[in-house]
Design a protein around this ligand. Structure first.
Ligand code: ATP
Ligand code: MG
Length: 162
């Protein structure tokens, strides 16, 4: 009897500068059969610059298109799912991605939580080319601290990197 393969979504969660994209690069080197979906990369492709916020529906539309493609390729045995690289600090951000992912056919949702102190994120942010305003990162830090990822949100596992 054949069973449908698990289609996993690795949802990254963490402040700007917490190291999500750096970690994703390393992770995908060891697991190349996972699609990489990044809202920053999508902004770069759509607007020519990762720092350009642009209209969110356009970014979201491209993100959901990439999720749908990842499910299709996973069901055909070409991939094992996708990794979604965005800050996802608010519970409602995560809910939106998770509900959409499930409706598209992802069967297993995994959180990778970058539990990195605000001070370190601010320091790393300062040392790179694309900088996020420090006040924005501080606000996000409060949002994440107020609603850290929980199994009840629907995660099969939460990997906490600190
Ligand atoms: P954003 O949400 O803004 O995309 P991010 O979480 O993807 O941020 P990165 O771009 O991966 O963050 O990392 C931010 C900076 O911190 C980079 O300059 C990177 O080189 C550095 N960095 C990432 N991970 C580490 C680490 N484990 N130790 C030291 N520096 C790191
Ligand atoms: Mg990043």
């Amino acid at each position: 009897m054949s069973t449908a393969p698990d289609v996993s979504l690795w949802l990254l969660i963490g402040l700007p500068g917490s190291g999500k994209s750096t970690w994703a690069r390393h992770f995908l080197q060891t697991a190349p059969a996972i699609a990489y979906i990044s809202t920053d990369q999508i902004r770069g492709e759509l607007f020519g610059n990762e720092a350009t916020q642009g209209p969110w529906p356009q970014v979201w539309g491209q993100g959901t298109y990439q999720m749908r493609e990842a499910v299709r390729q996973s069901q055909e045995g070409e991939l094992h799912g996708a990794l979604y690289d965005a800050t996802n600090v608010r519970r409602r951000d995560r809910r939106r991605v998770m509900q959409t992912a499930q409706s598209l056919g992802f069967t297993r949702l995994l959180a990778v939580w970058f539990d990195v102190p605000l001070g370190i994120c601010l320091q790393r942010n300062q040392g790179r080319s694309r900088q996020v305003p420090p006040a924005v990162i501080a606000t996000m830090s409060r949002q994440l601290a107020g609603a850290p990822p929980q199994p009840e949100e629907g995660f099969a596992a939460i990997y906490r990197l600190s």
